[in-house]
Design a protein around this ligand. Structure first.
Ligand code: PHB
Length: 395
Protein backbone atom coordinates (compact mmCIF):
# COMPACT_ATOMS: atom_id res chain seq x y z
CA UNK A 1 0.00 0.00 0.00
CA UNK A 2 2.71 2.42 0.99
CA UNK A 3 4.57 1.92 -2.24
CA UNK A 4 1.43 2.57 -4.30
CA UNK A 5 0.79 5.74 -2.35
CA UNK A 6 4.36 6.88 -2.88
CA UNK A 7 4.16 6.24 -6.59
CA UNK A 8 0.96 8.27 -6.83
CA UNK A 9 2.49 11.09 -4.82
CA UNK A 10 5.45 11.17 -7.13
CA UNK A 11 3.41 11.25 -10.31
CA UNK A 12 1.18 13.93 -8.82
CA UNK A 13 4.30 16.01 -8.15
CA UNK A 14 5.51 15.52 -11.70
CA UNK A 15 2.13 16.46 -13.20
CA UNK A 16 1.98 19.53 -10.99
CA UNK A 17 5.47 20.48 -12.02
CA UNK A 18 4.73 19.94 -15.70
CA UNK A 19 1.93 22.48 -15.58
CA UNK A 20 4.35 25.09 -14.32
CA UNK A 21 7.00 24.10 -16.85
CA UNK A 22 10.12 25.44 -15.18
CA UNK A 23 9.91 23.39 -12.05
CA UNK A 24 9.98 19.98 -13.69
CA UNK A 25 13.72 19.25 -13.95
CA UNK A 26 14.29 20.36 -10.37
CA UNK A 27 11.59 18.09 -8.97
CA UNK A 28 12.63 15.12 -11.02
CA UNK A 29 16.20 15.52 -9.85
CA UNK A 30 15.15 15.87 -6.22
CA UNK A 31 13.16 12.65 -6.43
CA UNK A 32 15.86 10.59 -8.09
CA UNK A 33 18.36 11.86 -5.53
CA UNK A 34 16.74 9.69 -2.92
CA UNK A 35 17.99 6.21 -2.19
CA UNK A 36 15.12 3.83 -2.85
CA UNK A 37 14.84 1.13 -0.19
CA UNK A 38 12.28 -1.66 -0.53
CA UNK A 39 11.10 -3.80 2.37
CA UNK A 40 9.85 -7.23 1.35
CA UNK A 41 8.77 -8.73 4.66
CA UNK A 42 5.86 -10.64 6.19
CA UNK A 43 3.32 -8.23 7.67
CA UNK A 44 0.57 -10.85 7.98
CA UNK A 45 0.55 -14.51 9.07
CA UNK A 46 2.62 -16.43 11.61
CA UNK A 47 5.76 -14.31 10.95
CA UNK A 48 4.01 -10.90 10.94
CA UNK A 49 5.66 -9.73 14.17
CA UNK A 50 9.06 -10.69 12.81
CA UNK A 51 8.64 -8.44 9.79
CA UNK A 52 7.60 -5.50 11.93
CA UNK A 53 10.55 -5.95 14.32
CA UNK A 54 12.99 -6.08 11.38
CA UNK A 55 11.58 -2.91 9.83
CA UNK A 56 11.64 -1.13 13.20
CA UNK A 57 15.26 -2.09 13.80
CA UNK A 58 16.31 -1.02 10.31
CA UNK A 59 14.59 2.36 10.63
CA UNK A 60 16.12 2.88 14.05
CA UNK A 61 19.65 2.47 12.67
CA UNK A 62 18.92 4.99 9.91
CA UNK A 63 17.27 7.45 12.27
CA UNK A 64 20.43 7.43 14.35
CA UNK A 65 22.11 8.79 11.17
CA UNK A 66 19.58 11.57 10.76
CA UNK A 67 17.48 9.39 8.45
CA UNK A 68 20.04 9.56 5.64
CA UNK A 69 22.31 7.17 3.74
CA UNK A 70 25.68 8.58 2.78
CA UNK A 71 24.12 12.06 2.94
CA UNK A 72 21.11 11.17 0.76
CA UNK A 73 17.45 11.14 1.71
CA UNK A 74 15.66 7.80 1.61
CA UNK A 75 12.38 6.78 0.03
CA UNK A 76 10.79 3.58 1.34
CA UNK A 77 8.65 1.01 -0.48
CA UNK A 78 6.88 -1.92 1.14
CA UNK A 79 5.46 -5.28 0.12
CA UNK A 80 3.82 -7.83 2.42
CA UNK A 81 5.26 -11.15 1.27
CA UNK A 82 2.84 -13.10 3.53
CA UNK A 83 5.59 -15.75 3.98
CA UNK A 84 4.18 -17.18 0.77
CA UNK A 85 6.89 -18.76 -1.40
CA UNK A 86 4.51 -19.01 -4.39
CA UNK A 87 4.48 -15.20 -4.65
CA UNK A 88 8.19 -14.67 -3.91
CA UNK A 89 9.40 -13.90 -7.43
CA UNK A 90 6.36 -11.75 -8.26
CA UNK A 91 6.70 -9.64 -5.11
CA UNK A 92 10.44 -9.15 -5.50
CA UNK A 93 9.96 -8.23 -9.16
CA UNK A 94 7.40 -5.60 -8.15
CA UNK A 95 9.92 -3.85 -5.92
CA UNK A 96 12.77 -4.11 -8.40
CA UNK A 97 10.99 -3.38 -11.70
CA UNK A 98 8.03 -1.20 -10.72
CA UNK A 99 9.42 0.64 -7.70
CA UNK A 100 12.96 0.57 -9.06
CA UNK A 101 14.50 0.08 -5.62
CA UNK A 102 18.25 0.44 -5.14
CA UNK A 103 18.22 -1.96 -2.20
CA UNK A 104 15.82 -4.80 -1.42
CA UNK A 105 15.66 -5.63 2.30
CA UNK A 106 14.07 -9.07 2.74
CA UNK A 107 13.00 -11.47 3.97
CA UNK A 108 12.10 -13.79 6.86
CA UNK A 109 10.95 -17.08 5.26
CA UNK A 110 13.55 -19.26 3.54
CA UNK A 111 11.18 -20.34 0.76
CA UNK A 112 10.26 -16.75 -0.09
CA UNK A 113 13.96 -15.88 0.02
CA UNK A 114 14.57 -18.20 -2.91
CA UNK A 115 12.24 -16.04 -5.00
CA UNK A 116 14.08 -12.88 -3.98
CA UNK A 117 17.38 -14.64 -4.63
CA UNK A 118 16.46 -15.45 -8.20
CA UNK A 119 15.45 -11.83 -8.84
CA UNK A 120 18.61 -10.51 -7.13
CA UNK A 121 20.85 -12.77 -9.19
CA UNK A 122 19.02 -12.01 -12.44
CA UNK A 123 18.93 -8.22 -12.00
CA UNK A 124 22.00 -7.54 -9.83
CA UNK A 125 19.95 -5.47 -7.36
CA UNK A 126 21.50 -5.25 -3.89
CA UNK A 127 19.69 -7.65 -1.53
CA UNK A 128 20.20 -7.52 2.22
CA UNK A 129 18.78 -10.59 4.00
CA UNK A 130 17.70 -9.59 7.50
CA UNK A 131 16.59 -13.07 8.58
CA UNK A 132 15.95 -16.01 6.23
CA UNK A 133 18.68 -18.58 6.84
CA UNK A 134 18.40 -20.67 3.67
CA UNK A 135 21.82 -22.23 3.17
CA UNK A 136 22.16 -21.97 -0.58
CA UNK A 137 22.02 -18.13 -0.58
CA UNK A 138 25.47 -18.02 1.01
CA UNK A 139 26.69 -21.42 -0.18
CA UNK A 140 26.50 -22.72 -3.77
CA UNK A 141 24.49 -19.70 -4.99
CA UNK A 142 26.35 -17.01 -3.06
CA UNK A 143 26.43 -13.72 -4.97
CA UNK A 144 28.38 -10.42 -4.83
CA UNK A 145 25.14 -8.40 -4.45
CA UNK A 146 23.58 -10.56 -1.69
CA UNK A 147 24.54 -9.98 1.95
CA UNK A 148 23.02 -11.65 5.01
CA UNK A 149 23.05 -10.00 8.44
CA UNK A 150 21.34 -12.81 10.34
CA UNK A 151 22.50 -16.46 10.29
CA UNK A 152 22.33 -19.66 8.25
CA UNK A 153 19.65 -22.06 9.42
CA UNK A 154 22.17 -24.51 10.83
CA UNK A 155 24.32 -21.93 12.68
CA UNK A 156 22.26 -21.82 15.92
CA UNK A 157 21.69 -25.59 16.04
CA UNK A 158 25.36 -26.34 15.42
CA UNK A 159 25.82 -24.95 18.93
CA UNK A 160 22.90 -26.89 20.44
CA UNK A 161 23.96 -30.56 20.54
CA UNK A 162 26.86 -30.25 22.94
CA UNK A 163 24.88 -28.08 25.36
CA UNK A 164 22.22 -30.81 25.51
CA UNK A 165 24.62 -33.70 26.07
CA UNK A 166 26.54 -31.63 28.65
CA UNK A 167 23.29 -31.54 30.63
CA UNK A 168 22.89 -35.31 30.46
CA UNK A 169 20.17 -35.26 27.79
CA UNK A 170 21.35 -37.98 25.45
CA UNK A 171 18.13 -39.19 23.82
CA UNK A 172 16.15 -36.59 21.93
CA UNK A 173 13.18 -36.20 19.61
CA UNK A 174 13.43 -33.51 16.94
CA UNK A 175 10.32 -31.64 15.74
CA UNK A 176 9.87 -28.82 13.20
CA UNK A 177 7.97 -27.43 10.24
CA UNK A 178 8.81 -29.34 7.06
CA UNK A 179 10.43 -26.65 4.94
CA UNK A 180 13.95 -25.41 4.26
CA UNK A 181 14.45 -23.63 7.59
CA UNK A 182 13.36 -26.66 9.63
CA UNK A 183 15.31 -29.14 7.50
CA UNK A 184 18.47 -27.09 7.64
CA UNK A 185 18.14 -26.43 11.38
CA UNK A 186 17.94 -30.22 11.71
CA UNK A 187 21.17 -30.55 9.75
CA UNK A 188 23.05 -28.49 12.38
CA UNK A 189 21.33 -30.28 15.24
CA UNK A 190 22.04 -33.76 13.90
CA UNK A 191 25.69 -32.94 13.34
CA UNK A 192 26.33 -31.39 16.74
CA UNK A 193 24.19 -33.78 18.77
CA UNK A 194 25.51 -37.02 17.34
CA UNK A 195 29.11 -35.71 17.47
CA UNK A 196 28.61 -35.04 21.20
CA UNK A 197 27.31 -38.61 21.72
CA UNK A 198 23.54 -37.98 21.62
CA UNK A 199 20.99 -40.22 19.90
CA UNK A 200 18.08 -38.88 17.88
CA UNK A 201 15.15 -41.15 18.69
CA UNK A 202 12.76 -39.71 16.11
CA UNK A 203 12.38 -36.82 13.68
CA UNK A 204 8.88 -35.37 13.57
CA UNK A 205 7.39 -32.68 11.35
CA UNK A 206 4.32 -30.91 10.05
CA UNK A 207 3.73 -28.58 7.11
CA UNK A 208 4.44 -24.83 7.50
CA UNK A 209 2.63 -22.94 9.05
CA UNK A 210 0.39 -25.60 10.67
CA UNK A 211 0.01 -25.54 14.44
CA UNK A 212 -1.98 -28.75 14.99
CA UNK A 213 0.61 -30.22 17.35
CA UNK A 214 -1.61 -32.56 19.39
CA UNK A 215 -0.96 -35.89 17.64
CA UNK A 216 2.77 -35.21 17.55
CA UNK A 217 2.85 -34.31 21.25
CA UNK A 218 1.07 -37.58 22.04
CA UNK A 219 3.73 -39.41 20.06
CA UNK A 220 6.49 -37.61 21.96
CA UNK A 221 4.89 -38.61 25.27
CA UNK A 222 4.93 -42.26 24.25
CA UNK A 223 8.56 -42.08 23.04
CA UNK A 224 9.52 -40.55 26.40
CA UNK A 225 12.89 -39.02 25.38
CA UNK A 226 15.27 -37.09 27.70
CA UNK A 227 14.75 -33.99 25.62
CA UNK A 228 12.92 -32.46 22.68
CA UNK A 229 14.75 -30.13 20.29
CA UNK A 230 12.96 -28.04 17.67
CA UNK A 231 12.78 -25.19 15.21
CA UNK A 232 9.64 -23.04 15.36
CA UNK A 233 9.25 -19.27 15.19
CA UNK A 234 6.70 -16.47 15.50
CA UNK A 235 3.07 -17.21 16.31
CA UNK A 236 3.59 -20.95 15.73
CA UNK A 237 6.39 -21.03 18.32
CA UNK A 238 4.16 -19.42 20.96
CA UNK A 239 1.50 -22.06 20.28
CA UNK A 240 4.03 -24.91 20.42
CA UNK A 241 5.34 -23.71 23.80
CA UNK A 242 1.81 -23.48 25.20
CA UNK A 243 0.72 -26.87 23.83
CA UNK A 244 3.92 -28.60 25.03
CA UNK A 245 3.29 -27.33 28.57
CA UNK A 246 -0.47 -27.97 28.45
CA UNK A 247 0.23 -31.59 27.54
CA UNK A 248 2.37 -31.80 30.70
CA UNK A 249 5.50 -32.68 28.72
CA UNK A 250 7.55 -29.89 30.30
CA UNK A 251 7.47 -31.71 33.65
CA UNK A 252 9.71 -34.59 32.58
CA UNK A 253 11.19 -33.65 29.22
CA UNK A 254 13.60 -30.73 28.79
CA UNK A 255 12.65 -28.58 25.80
CA UNK A 256 15.46 -27.11 23.65
CA UNK A 257 15.39 -25.14 20.45
CA UNK A 258 17.04 -22.98 17.92
CA UNK A 259 16.60 -19.67 19.78
CA UNK A 260 13.81 -18.42 17.52
CA UNK A 261 11.50 -20.61 19.60
CA UNK A 262 11.56 -18.02 22.38
CA UNK A 263 12.02 -14.78 20.40
CA UNK A 264 9.23 -12.23 20.41
CA UNK A 265 6.80 -14.71 21.98
CA UNK A 266 7.52 -14.58 25.70
CA UNK A 267 4.41 -12.57 26.54
CA UNK A 268 2.21 -14.81 24.41
CA UNK A 269 3.71 -18.01 25.83
CA UNK A 270 3.67 -16.89 29.48
CA UNK A 271 4.77 -19.49 32.06
CA UNK A 272 4.86 -22.20 29.38
CA UNK A 273 8.22 -20.84 28.20
CA UNK A 274 9.93 -20.91 31.60
CA UNK A 275 13.06 -23.04 31.71
CA UNK A 276 13.28 -23.59 27.94
CA UNK A 277 16.92 -23.71 26.76
CA UNK A 278 17.98 -22.38 23.37
CA UNK A 279 21.04 -21.34 21.38
CA UNK A 280 21.10 -18.06 19.50
CA UNK A 281 23.35 -15.20 18.38
CA UNK A 282 21.58 -12.77 20.70
CA UNK A 283 20.22 -12.61 24.22
CA UNK A 284 18.05 -9.95 25.86
CA UNK A 285 20.25 -9.97 28.94
CA UNK A 286 23.65 -9.40 27.29
CA UNK A 287 25.29 -7.14 29.81
CA UNK A 288 27.02 -4.66 27.51
CA UNK A 289 26.52 -0.88 27.24
CA UNK A 290 25.75 -1.37 23.52
CA UNK A 291 22.90 -3.82 24.17
CA UNK A 292 21.48 -1.87 27.09
CA UNK A 293 21.38 1.37 25.11
CA UNK A 294 19.83 -0.39 22.13
CA UNK A 295 17.12 -1.96 24.27
CA UNK A 296 16.30 1.33 25.95
CA UNK A 297 16.13 3.29 22.70
CA UNK A 298 14.07 0.63 20.93
CA UNK A 299 11.57 0.35 23.81
CA UNK A 300 11.22 4.14 23.94
CA UNK A 301 10.66 4.48 20.19
CA UNK A 302 8.43 1.51 19.50
CA UNK A 303 6.81 0.83 22.91
CA UNK A 304 7.84 -2.82 22.61
CA UNK A 305 10.75 -4.98 23.72
CA UNK A 306 13.29 -5.71 20.98
CA UNK A 307 14.11 -9.31 20.03
CA UNK A 308 16.63 -10.98 17.75
CA UNK A 309 14.65 -9.88 14.68
CA UNK A 310 14.86 -6.23 15.76
CA UNK A 311 18.61 -6.67 16.22
CA UNK A 312 18.98 -8.23 12.76
CA UNK A 313 17.00 -5.37 11.20
CA UNK A 314 19.13 -2.85 13.08
CA UNK A 315 22.32 -4.54 11.91
CA UNK A 316 21.04 -4.53 8.33
CA UNK A 317 20.75 -0.75 8.67
CA UNK A 318 24.25 -0.53 10.18
CA UNK A 319 25.72 -2.55 7.32
CA UNK A 320 24.06 -0.42 4.65
CA UNK A 321 25.19 2.76 6.42
CA UNK A 322 28.81 1.52 6.42
CA UNK A 323 28.59 0.84 2.69
CA UNK A 324 26.78 4.06 1.79
CA UNK A 325 29.14 6.24 3.84
CA UNK A 326 32.18 4.64 2.19
CA UNK A 327 30.90 5.67 -1.27
CA UNK A 328 29.45 9.00 -0.04
CA UNK A 329 25.97 7.94 -1.06
CA UNK A 330 26.92 6.86 -4.58
CA UNK A 331 25.54 3.37 -4.29
CA UNK A 332 25.89 2.87 -8.03
CA UNK A 333 29.60 2.45 -7.25
CA UNK A 334 28.97 -1.21 -6.52
CA UNK A 335 32.57 -2.35 -6.36
CA UNK A 336 33.45 0.07 -3.56
CA UNK A 337 30.07 -0.35 -1.87
CA UNK A 338 30.40 -4.12 -1.65
CA UNK A 339 34.05 -3.95 -0.60
CA UNK A 340 33.11 -1.68 2.32
CA UNK A 341 30.30 -4.00 3.35
CA UNK A 342 32.53 -7.06 3.08
CA UNK A 343 35.13 -5.48 5.34
CA UNK A 344 32.67 -4.07 7.86
CA UNK A 345 32.88 -4.88 11.54
CA UNK A 346 29.33 -4.52 12.82
CA UNK A 347 29.13 -3.16 16.35
CA UNK A 348 25.85 -4.93 17.09
CA UNK A 349 23.78 -5.28 20.26
CA UNK A 350 24.54 -9.02 19.83
CA UNK A 351 28.30 -8.30 20.05
CA UNK A 352 30.74 -7.39 17.28
CA UNK A 353 30.54 -9.54 14.18
CA UNK A 354 32.24 -9.68 10.79
CA UNK A 355 31.11 -10.76 7.36
CA UNK A 356 32.38 -14.07 5.97
CA UNK A 357 33.67 -14.28 2.39
CA UNK A 358 30.28 -15.80 1.47
CA UNK A 359 28.50 -12.73 3.01
CA UNK A 360 27.13 -14.30 6.19
CA UNK A 361 27.90 -13.27 9.81
CA UNK A 362 30.68 -14.96 11.76
CA UNK A 363 29.30 -14.76 15.27
CA UNK A 364 29.15 -16.16 18.79
CA UNK A 365 26.25 -18.38 19.84
CA UNK A 366 24.86 -17.94 23.34
CA UNK A 367 23.12 -20.54 25.47
CA UNK A 368 20.00 -18.94 26.95
CA UNK A 369 17.34 -19.92 29.43
CA UNK A 370 13.89 -18.35 29.68
CA UNK A 371 13.30 -16.81 33.09
CA UNK A 372 10.53 -14.35 33.88
CA UNK A 373 9.82 -13.46 30.27
CA UNK A 374 13.46 -12.90 29.40
CA UNK A 375 16.01 -14.87 27.39
CA UNK A 376 18.80 -14.92 30.00
CA UNK A 377 22.27 -15.69 28.75
CA UNK A 378 23.81 -18.55 30.72
CA UNK A 379 26.95 -19.08 28.68
CA UNK A 380 28.60 -18.99 25.29
CA UNK A 381 27.66 -22.20 23.49
CA UNK A 382 30.13 -21.66 20.63
CA UNK A 383 32.56 -18.89 19.67
CA UNK A 384 32.87 -17.30 16.22
CA UNK A 385 30.58 -19.75 14.43
CA UNK A 386 31.02 -19.53 10.65
CA UNK A 387 28.83 -21.29 8.13
CA UNK A 388 30.94 -23.68 5.99
CA UNK A 389 29.85 -21.78 2.82
CA UNK A 390 30.11 -25.02 0.85
CA UNK A 391 30.32 -24.39 -2.89
CA UNK A 392 30.46 -20.61 -2.68
CA UNK A 393 32.49 -18.98 -5.45
CA UNK A 394 31.91 -15.27 -5.85
CA UNK A 395 31.59 -14.29 -9.50
C1 PHB B 1 13.46 -19.05 7.76
O1 PHB B 1 12.46 -19.44 7.11
O2 PHB B 1 14.60 -19.04 7.27
C2 PHB B 1 13.28 -18.62 9.16
C3 PHB B 1 12.06 -18.11 9.58
C4 PHB B 1 11.90 -17.67 10.88
C5 PHB B 1 12.97 -17.72 11.75
C6 PHB B 1 14.19 -18.22 11.35
C7 PHB B 1 14.35 -18.67 10.03
O3 PHB B 1 12.83 -17.28 12.99
Amino acid sequence: MTSRRLVLTRSAAVIGAASTGLLLPQIVRAQSDKVRVGFMLPYTGTFAQLGVAIENGFRMALNEQGGKLGGREIEFFKVDDESNPAKGIENATRLVQRDNVDVLVGTVHSGVQMGIHKVARDTGVLNLIPNAGVHIATRAQCAPNVFRTSFTNSQPTLALGKAMVDRGHKKAVWITWNYAAGEEAYEGFEKSYTAAGGTIVKKLGLPFPNVEFQALLTEIASLNPDAVACFFAGGGAAKFLRDFAAAGLNKNIQLYGSGFLTEGVLDAAGDAANGVLTTMHYSDSLDTPRNKQFRLDYAKTFRAQPDVYAVQGYDTGLLLIKGANAVKGDISNKKALYAAMEGAVIDSPRGKWTMSKAHNPIQDMYLRKVENKENKVIGIAAKAVADPATGCRMA
